[in-house]
Design a protein around this ligand. Sequence first.
Ligand code: NAD
Ligand code: GLY
Length: 367
Amino acid sequence: MRNLMVELADRRYPIAIGQHLFDDHALMTRHIASRQVMIVTNEVVAPLYLAKVSAHYEDRQLEVIILPDGEAFKTMDSAMTVFDRLLQQKFSRTAHLIALGGGVIGDLAGFAAACYQRGIPFVQMPTTLLSQVDSSVGGKTAVNHPLGKNMMGAFYQPKAVIADMTTLSTLNDRELAAGLAEVIKYGLIRDLEFFEWLEAHMEALVARDPEALATAVERSCQNKAMVVALDERETGERATLNLGHTFGHALETGLGYGAVLHGEAVAIGTLLAADLSSRLGYLEVADIDRIRRLLIRANLPTTVPEGLSPEEFLEHMAVDKKNVEGQLRLILLKRIGEAHLPMSVERGLIKQTLVSAIALHRPQGSL
Ligand code: NAD
Ligand code: GLY
């Protein structure tokens, strides 16, 4: 087992990363101090891992919520389902909540934990690569609004993160690739050595080599834990974790939640951010190609899907938490391994990036 800490003074918490952690009774009960326990999961994860996890809490008052699967269910309605049950069962402020699943479940259950009676303890048990390397760490919790992703939420840290990497064996290849998009992000924004390691080990990661995957999860969590410890509430460096996300969130909202996976949207958004960085004179064109090659080797999409005009795309980008008073602010790359803090960028320039990316859909010679 590899152990890391997110250093947040009196709210510091451990991240346990390893194989078969869901079988470790001491670990699975160490951070669940209450007699009242609720597990929030979904209809895909429940048949795979619920029995194993719930076995540790058989001596407690255990409630289980099994939500429908998918980004389209990261909603206020789903949060209400959790609140309803907590109240029906008279769960008190000392009750503990467990988020068992990917980033959708983690964000939603975390949001419910942050709100219920103004906050109850919760533990993240992430089961996708994306959630193990990113969403389970750092305390960003949220639900979506039809007009904007993650628009209602709270910064609310878990008591612990237990990332059982055995769960990745049931993840399909598309979801594994989606997680790799966020792994590559850490290399791009702050860790050139890791980016080079990823270039050397991408085939091993795609083939699910356990050592390579464990290294990737650990290094990603180290990067994330460092950034969160420096800037928990995103007043500065934490925003760099959003590389590609302003474009990506616009794609997710604009095309309808679930049409592209979050990690896929981030991959496409990362290339758009790289293109814009190059238009502003920061990044060499050769570096854009280097990033594209790595994303392709990770089996990630690198072109903008059809369905949004540049104007519609920009409209969705205007609903982003980094924007200030109508001014679009984006994370751009200075070079591979270093990101700028959020920068105001002219809409006209962003539109050039979008127009040239979307023009790739048109057959040659057509208008
Ligand atoms: P997800 O939660 O939808 O999981 C992906 C799919 O895999 C789902 O169908 C899920 O049911 C299934 N699944 C989960 N575990 C499985 C397993 N072990 N075996 C087989 N199938 C499994 O998506 P995700 O990619 O994990 O997370 C994306 C979400 O995370 C988005 O909503 C995004 O906004 C959010 N996110 C949050 C943060 C944060 O800091 N809070 C960071 C990044 C992303
Ligand atoms: N994934 C962005 C953040 O945690 O800040």
